[in-house]
Design a protein around this ligand. Sequence first.
Ligand code: OGA
Ligand code: MN
Length: 284
Amino acid sequence: MKTTPLHPDFGVEVHGLDLKSVTAEDGYPELRRLFDRHSLLLFRDQPLNDAEHLRLGNLFGPIENRTENPGDRLSAVSNKAAEGGVTAADDLHTLNLIANQLWHTDSTFLPVPALANLLQARVVSSTGGETEFVSTRAGFKRLPRETQERLRRTSFHHDYKTSRGDIAEELTTLDIIQKWPEQHWRALWPNPETGEEALYIASHVYAVEGMDRAEARAWVKDLIAAMTPPEAIYTHAWRPGDMIIWDERATLHRGRPWPYKEERTLASICVTARDVDGLQAVRV
Ligand code: OGA
Ligand code: MN
């Protein structure tokens, strides 16, 4: 297994590993070490079918399912319409995808948050549609000492309706958005192996414990801006068959616009965090 860096702060491309052949004993331990250390792993030219994708995800932990349907563990991040063609740019389905263009980490609004996302490109647009990532471990290190100290005592309230409402109020009325009760997490998620702290923040944050609402939203905006200056960003231009596995505990990401008349389809699997992933440390 060989790696090449993607960004000075984080991220590596992994070469010489066939994702289909990785098992819990062979390949996964090394992959997991790279994941904990680099926060983002890129694999090129490894198209996986749904079953192979799920099998790989399952090595990292239990696979998240946001619905009651047991078949829904793999979700299509896609504007493809059931009746053919694509959903209109102003359709609620498209707007929900566009809400991914706000800096976030996935699943902070779930009762148990995610450890990782394994995202694979299936159909890419002719232009745009990149996904951008930053390291919130590196970003945290860059903050002034006083802000770091303050964040060690801070907790955030998360609600899916926050990010969706920021894009379109009507999104907050959808059952898939509304059904999640608010969640409360500490502002830092230290890596349980190394103790390295990372800012755990998202577009879903609507309040800071003990702080005025308007002040809190302004502070959250400033913190996200401090994590995401242009030089801190790794921009991934997708090719079909690309797989990116990222650490939800130590990164922020966002999608970029694409021509909404074109199909863009990514296949996503989130893995639920467990105690071994340091889950207790982020609980309030
Ligand atoms: C996601 C996501 C970004 C994108 O699937 O969680 O944020 O580029 N996707 O579509
Ligand atoms: Mn996301």
